[in-house]
Design a binder for this molecule. Structure first.
Ligand SMILES: [Ca+2]
Length: 286
């Protein structure tokens, strides 16, 4: 009798521990919206958010780890699928908006984006479009931020769950993202949507799938992704990679692994910015 009650006691402890672990793991990948500041004196944790004082971008902390980058089923430039390690970093919760970009223009005198006077593109809550790679970098430098690397972008896109599409559940539909065509929640045919209209991915990031393509810091090199092989040379003149698909292209380009090479000097109405930041938040530490 005594032996049996010990057995049941141990069993219930095991089950409780299992439930606790499952909840903790789930929580680890969820965005909690908890505010973090450098003054808190603690390391950022999964789900923390930081408001960048220079441009008011909300940044979400992405804990470091390993993931599989690329796809064996996608385009040739996505192969081979390979393991990449990423340090923890901050990434923009939303695409940079026209409202934010306007503050940058006023402060720096950078040229206006191509569609700045077009009412289809210039509303404050829309993502900024028509920006060259250099202009995206200029914005980031002014805001004490940087562009995400291609590896960081895909790692964040996959939401800690190896999602094929960087949406709320890893699949794609017009209820989850703005891409070419209209249906369901996606009522935008010929323009981007205001940022944040669709549910976020598990890290709490909005519009990683569709809306506007997002510049990365990376040169368009073959895989495997090796951060030290020259592809992160910010002075080099070559194609850079954009990620995430856009309102003007099909759902296939919204895939987490999809890579689009783009001329650094060009501006288009489907190209925008998502910012990133390394761990240091003090001025000077990008
Ligand atoms: Ca659409």
């Amino acid at each position: 009798m005594k032996r049996r009650s010990v057995f049941y006691l141990l069993l219930s402890i095991c089950i409780s521990a299992l439930i606790f672990t499952v909840i903790a793991c789930k929580k680890d990948n969820q965005n909690t919206g908890r505010r973090w500041s450098p003054e808190s004196g603690r390391m950022p944790q999964a789900g923390d958010e930081y408001v960048n004082p220079f441009d008011e971008s909300v940044l979400v902390w992405i804990p470091g780890g390993e993931f599989y980058m690329g796809s064996e089923e996608g385009d040739p430039d996505e192969k081979p699928r390979h393991k990449v390690t990423v340090e923890g970093f901050w990434i923009g919760k939303y695409e940079v908006t026209n409202k934010q970009y306007q503050k940058f223009l006023r402060a720096t005198g950078f040229p206006e984006p191509q569609y700045w006077d077009d009412p289809d593109y210039n509303k404050p809550e829309l993502p900024v479009t028509g920006v060259r790679w250099y202009e995206a970098v200029g914005y980031c430098e002014w805001a004490n931020l940087r562009l995400p690397t291609e590896a960081e972008w895909e790692y964040a896109a996959r939401g800690g769950r190896d999602y094929e599409y960087p949406t709320a559940n890893g699949s794609i539909s017009h209820d989850l993202a703005n891409y070419w065509g209209v249906e369901g929640k996606d009522t935008w045919l010929n323009t981007p949507a205001p940022v944040g209209q669709f549910p976020p991915n598990p890290y709490g990031l909005y519009d990683m799938a569709g809306n506007v393509f997002e510049w990365t810091s990376s040169l368009y090199y073959r895989y495997p992704y090796i951060s030290t092989d020259g592809r992160e040379d910010q002075e080099a003149r070559y194609f850079r990679v954009m990620r995430g698909g856009s309102w003007q292209f099909s759902s296939g380009e919204c895939r987490s692994a999809f890579r689009r090479r783009f001329d650094m000097h060009l501006r288009y109405d489907y190209v925008g910015i998502r910012v990133a930041k390394s761990m240091q938040v003090q001025r000077g530490g990008k």
